[in-house]
Design a protein around this ligand. Structure first.
Ligand SMILES: NC(=O)c1ccc[n+]([C@@H]2O[C@H](COP(=O)([O-])OP(=O)(O)OC[C@H]3O[C@@H](n4cnc5c(N)ncnc54)[C@H](OP(=O)(O)O)[C@@H]3O)[C@@H](O)[C@H]2O)c1
Length: 267
């Protein structure tokens, strides 16, 4: 039986995506750290949608988590036909002042674990000559973003990895999509690493979508077999506009603007 595996499914965009794909009658494997939330979501979706739903508790900041997830799927005979690499974390603030462990966790969760899960599940998809891998990026992947430096770099990694992989995988009928939300009203900005004055300055005035809206666009992009999609029309406009300027110019303008906002330089 085929399953759609979603990482970071206990909250935010991942949870909304789980609910959306359940209405499309996808069987689900939900991955995150919060066991009780995953258990509750599985029970809810099994009852309300009549699908099969399983969960795996894993901490993707740990290097052995992807192999644990893969082996659990094998052991429980959960064949993964769609992999949605959604789990992601970030931080706001000056890099030199940020906690180094948090910065390295961003790279482990957003880049290394995503890469490992893709490598593991891709082997089986390639053999079966079918499958879909969706990597959740961000519109930050199209700019340089001082004061969110490591997070922005991690999403650039996901972008280049996804674009390249998409072409390699065409030979095996495995579809790869790079899907980019903009600011979303999830708990992403409420984590200790983001919930600070810099986080507020970086997101002030930005247009936000709800996790439900983002999941709706993800579902539409999946149905249309898109290779790339930016969620939200305003975000699509911003990404198009960003392409007109060199990354270094964007970084310079952005840094000056935020430094003024934080009174580090005169207004
Ligand atoms: N929100 C935004 O403004 C925004 C904008 C652009 C892109 N995105 C991207 O969208 C994706 C989803 O973000 P979101 O807004 O839905 O964030 P969120 O509401 O904070 O949810 C994050 C999810 O990831 C899980 N997670 C966090 N750390 C984990 C770890 N170490 N191991 C396993 N799971 C972990 C969390 O579950 P547990 O705590 O239970 O582990 C939760 O289910 C991310 O890739 C993010 O970069 C978000």
């Amino acid at each position: 039986m085929d399953y759609t595996l979603i990482t970071g499914a206990s909250d935010g965009i991942g949870e909304a995506a789980a609910r959306k794909f359940a209405t499309k009658k996808h069987n689900l494997v939900l991955v995150a750290r919060n066991e009780s939330k995953l258990q509750q979501l599985c029970n809810d979706l099994t009852k309300s949608q009549g699908i099969k739903a399983a969960f795996i508790v894993a901490d993707l900041s740990q290097a052995n988590a992807p192999i644990h997830i893969y082996e659990e799927c094998k052991k429980r005979n959960l064949r993964i036909d769609v992999l949605i690499n959604n789990a992601g974390v970030g931080s706001s603030g000056e890099f030199s002042g940020n906690n180094l462990k948090t910065e390295l966790d961003i790279i482990q969760i957003n880049c290394a674990s995503l890469t490992a899960l893709t490598h593991l599940f891709l082997q089986d998809m390639k053999q079966r000559n079918t499958g879909t891998i969706i990597n959740i990026g961000s519109i930050i992947a199209f700019v340089a973003s001082p004061y969110m430096s490591v997070y922005a770099a991690s999403k650039h990694f996901v972008k280049i990895f996804s674009y390249s992989l998409a072409e390699e995988c065409k030979l095996y009928n495995v579809h790869v999509m790079f899907f980019c939300p903009g600011l979303t009203t999830s708990n992403f900005m409420n984590t200790p690493a983001n919930n600070n004055d810099w986080g507020k300055a970086l997101t002030s005035g930005a247009n936000a979508q709800t996790p439900n809206q983002v999941a709706g666009e993800l579902s539409m992009a999946f149905d249309k077999k898109k290779a790339f999609h930016v969620s939200g029309s305003k975000n699509r406009g911003m990404v198009a506009l960003s392409g007109l300027f060199p990354l270094r110019t964007i970084a310079r303008i952005f840094a000056k603007q935020k430094q003024k906002q934080m009174s580090l330089i005169p207004q």
